[in-house]
Structure formats: C-alpha cells, structure tokens
Design a protein around this ligand. Sequence first.
Ligand code: TMP
Length: 208
Amino acid sequence: MKGKFVTFEGCEGVGKSTQVEMLKKYLSEKGGDFLFLREPGGNAVSEKIRELILTKDYGEICGRCEAMLYCAARAQLIDTVITPALNEGKLVVCDRFTDSTFAYQGVARGLGADYIVKLNELTCGEVTPDVTIFLDMSPEEAFARKGGADASDRLESAGMDFHRKVYQGYLESARLYPDRIIAVDARPAAEEVFTAVLSALKGAGVEL
Ligand code: TMP
C-alpha cells in the first residue's frame, strides 16, 4: 500500500481529539492528500455499530460481544475506506484502532492479550498502523482535568478501576509493539503536546 496509516490512542480525557483536530488543521493549511477517521465509525454501518456499543439502552454487553462489535465496525471501515485510501497513497489518520481493543477489551474487560491479538489479526490482516501515537496520561489526571466522566456513555462511566486497567493495557501494548507505538507525554499544554506529536511523526518517517 502506498499511503501511510497513523493512529492515535489513549485513555478518555487525555486530549486525543484535540491533538487529532490540531493535526487536521495543520495538514489542511499545508495541503496534501489525507483522510481523518474515528473508531468506531467512519461509515454508515460502523457508526450504527458505534451507537449500539455506546448506548446504555440495552444494558450490559458481554466482553466478547463488545470486542467483536468493535472488530465488525473496524472490518467495514478497513474494506470500504482505509484500504482504498491507502492504495491511493493517502495519509490516513484514525482516532483509535486496534490498541483500544487491546487495552479496553483485552485488559480492562479481561479477555486477555492472546484473544485480542488473534481477533485483531483476523480483522485487520495486512492493514496495521505504520505509527501509533499513544497520548500518555493516567486516568486519574485525565478525569481530574476533564471534570469527571460522561455518565451517559457506557464505557466512559465504567469506573476508575476499569480506566486504570485500560491505562495498564496501553502500557502493555506499547511494550508489545515498541517499533510502532510512540508514547507522547499528554500532560503539558496542548500546543506543547502537539509539537511533540509532530516531531514523533516526522521522526517515524511520516511526511507532513
Ligand atoms: P471515543 O470516545 O474516543 O470516540 O471512543 C469510543 C469509546 O469506545 C471509548 O470509550 C473507547 C472505546 N473503544 C473500545 O472499548 N474498544 C475499541 O476497540 C475502540 C475502537 C474503542
């Protein structure tokens, strides 16, 4: 595939969407062929799956069902959007991808690393990120900054123990994939974090 695939990861409230927006603005001003996506979502089917996963309307969803729903949304996004864009040589930037499944379902929901690694491989095949920016901030700091969790969001309101495990999951994923995942300290001001994000991406060979 000719294009580059970049993903952003991190716990809730670490400023991930802000960094993704800043990168989008930066690239829009410079010009170039890029595409920004978020997971789960990015096409009609995956957005529907997103609604199903995030709503509290249907009560509890078991861990395996949740993991497979995220992967179903991802499969559709890969086949209909990501692969065609990479084949056209675009830079594809995705807000969350396989490391979220590893951290949230694999570690926090307890399905285990082996299960999620296999599931991610079955879902993605060749389509793996070239670079992943992990915005590193503990959930304690992130929620304090954000002013608490969004009670209407099933995952966000899952409790501090859950989010601590998510964070541990990200640290484990970063240890498993050191060639791909770059941890960026997310605690400084957004502008400073963005400077670090740009230099990490450039250092990893992404043309910006
Ligand atoms: P967002 O709030 O960044 O849009 O992400 C949606 C929620 O879905 C967030 O709580 C993280 C969660 N999530 C998983 O649990 N597993 C996954 O594979 C993905 C992509 C997201």
